[in-house]
Design a protein around this ligand. Structure first.
Ligand SMILES: NC(=O)c1ccc[n+]([C@@H]2O[C@H](COP(=O)([O-])OP(=O)(O)OC[C@H]3O[C@@H](n4cnc5c(N)ncnc54)[C@H](OP(=O)(O)O)[C@@H]3O)[C@@H](O)[C@H]2O)c1
Length: 249
């Protein structure tokens, strides 16, 4: 299978020190992009970059704490200086915690929305104008099935991702005419550092048409497709990469 090259393009992948984001960074680098790896964990960030360099790709690490406005603004500013432009933005960094509504503290609520909603918003605000000026660019947001249906104990997480889903569509409408496409993927159960090793994920996977967990690389391939020119007429779409969860719901 031939896949479009990202040669000459720079991609910022948030939350690429781990899990799905790290796989996205690896995939885009394998296809020729210069990748900006980001997260808070310097050690894992360095490892992710070394893995890409070892495979013949190009990457650098920019640390960022996306829970603060200053952290996001600094990441956007630093990203623009790496190669002079950011052509692809993957809003992957996310936190997920589940529990009864009565147990969420004000800090939990603020943190969830800061990382999962405000950070993507500010990054689009700071980086998409450069894409608009260039007349091309792509943003891919990472959602979840809990954004589309009411799930007990997942109201806080799901509502933030539902906001990001609406933003995907609003930004597609706002920036599409300027040549910038905005789309999203919605992963199903994927084993990552963040989801841990509990049996709960397998139980979810066993009920899916695919009857298995997904791989981070399978989500990465979908992100790469949406960011590429192969998806040139795809605007504001949500691509489920969920083993059929959406079909069987
Ligand atoms: N895995 C799944 O089953 C699944 C399913 C549906 C949707 N998703 C979504 O997929 C995305 C990635 O999930 P994952 O499973 O790969 O999670 P993960 O392994 O926990 O990775 C999360 C990434 O986000 C970064 N991050 C977290 N808080 C941050 C902060 N305050 N500032 C900067 N970076 C931060 C982490 O980097 P540092 O630790 O270095 O800061 C890490 O690189 C999330 O948006 C999640 O909601 C995952």
């Amino acid at each position: 299978m031939t896949t479009e090259s990202f040669e000459g393009r720079t991609a910022l992948v948030t939350g690429s020190t781990s899990g799905i984001g790290r796989a996205v960074a690896r995939t885009l680098a394998e296809r020729g992009a210069f990748v900006i790896v980001s997260g808070r964990d310097h050690l894992r960030g360095k490892e992710a970059v070394e893995e890409i360099l070892g495979g013949g790709g190009r990457a650098t690490y920019l640390p960022a704490d996306l829970s603060t406005v200053a952290g996001v603004r600094e990441l956007a500013a630093a990203s623009r200086t790496v190669t002079g432009a950011v052509d692809v933005l993957v809003n992957n960094a996310g936190i997920f915690s589940f529990g009864p509504t009565s147990a969420s503290t004000e800090t939990d609520i603020d943190l969830m929305y800061a990382v999962n909603v405000r950070a993507p918003y500010l990054l689009v605000q700071d980086l998409v104008p450069g894409m608009v000026e260039a007349g091309s660019g792509a943003v891919v947001n990472v959602l979840t099935g809990a954004a589309f249906r009411g799930t007990a104990q997942a109201g806080l997480y799901g509502s933030g991702k539902a906001a990001l889903k609406l933003l995907t569509q609003a930004w597609a409408a706002e920036f599409g005419p300027a040549g910038v496409r905005v789309n999203a993927v919605s992963p199903g159960p994927i084993r990552t550092e963040g989801t841990g090793f509990g049996a709960g994920l397998e139980a979810v996977a066993d009920a899916l048409p695919a009857r298995r967990l997904g791989e981070a690389a399978e989500v990465a391939a979908a992100v790469a497709f949406l960011a590429s020119g192969e998806a040139s007429y795809v605007h504001g779409a949500v691509l489920p990469v969920d083993g059929g969860a959406v079909a069987a719901a």
